[in-house]
Design a binder for this molecule. Sequence first.
Ligand code: SAH
Length: 357
Amino acid sequence: MAGFFIDYLCAVKNDKKDIRALTKAQLRSFFVEQGDSAFRGNQVYEWLWQKSAHSFEGMTNLSKETRAMLNANFVINHIRVDQMQRSNDGTIKNAVRLHDGLIVESVLIPTKTRTTACVSSQVGCSLDCKFCATSRLKRMRNLNPDEIYDQVVAIDNESRLYFGRPLSNIVFMGMGEPLMNYNNVLKAIDKITSKEGLGMSPKRITVSTSGVPKMIKKMADEEVKFKLAVSLHSAIDEVRTTIMPFNATFPLKDLREALEYWYAKTKNKITYEYVVWQGINDTKEAVDALVKFCRFAPSKVNLIEYNPIDDGEFQQASEEAIALYQSVLEQNNITVTVRRSRGKDIDAACGQLANKS
Ligand code: SAH
């Protein structure tokens, strides 16, 4: 362990390292190696996470020398909200600039009783769901845990400022596939839920995935406490592969097996997100397949309104088709909700995040 930090600093050839990549234990050891106390590590950790400090200069309970030493060795790669747009329904969309100039978007969705943050997990997305605007952006990189955490802090601040209440829920439904940035998403959730971070209950957090079976099983093994949502959109392989081509690699059989495993381990109900499109999944056969899929593990269905992404290839199904889904699901005792879109006028709704502005 001795000299660990010397190696660590040499390895980055004097490039300053993101201090928030260090764990609390590493930060404590760093100060001990500097001849200071481990307690100093606790103080800095608190500034970084609980107080969301943007600079070392602002860490007022540290000596000038300590602040200068930190400045010489590390950076705080804080995000910057470059642009904030407000929808006429109250939804707020942030264009978030990362330290390397890349941009992601996050959204605040207010209702009477809740404020939900919809956060991004990747810059762009490696999946190619045909109906999603984000899929048109190349996946540039994964977000770091602190970049995910900062999006949440920014929205919590906006929630307090504009709605007079703290953030109540978080959904990983922004840009990217959270389970393809698994470690960083889990680290961010650790910080969001820990007392040394925001202290939010994991029950108020939902991770939404297109369905990566191996990672769903891994989450189940790690007994995570947050909720799981799966973007299903079709329970028929041929149809799902047409609209979500990665289904060819991770077919429904594997997804189903992973979800059964998830429920057995966590006893946590699954939410299926589902858009009904004209000519794609607006048939009785599609509804019956969904009902059958819902039987594998306790679940509920969230019928999402389609948010057009310009090219007219996909059209929201008729009211009758949606009503058919609702009635058949209800007859089969499956909870179903219909979710109206929010923030459409500023391209902040599901699947519309594409850094347009
Ligand atoms: N990659 C993750 C999270 C991002 S997408 C996932 O697939 O779940 C968040 C949700 O928006 C998903 O349910 C997705 O299927 C849905 N979505 C994508 N494009 C949409 C669109 N144009 N209209 C409505 N919902 C859309």
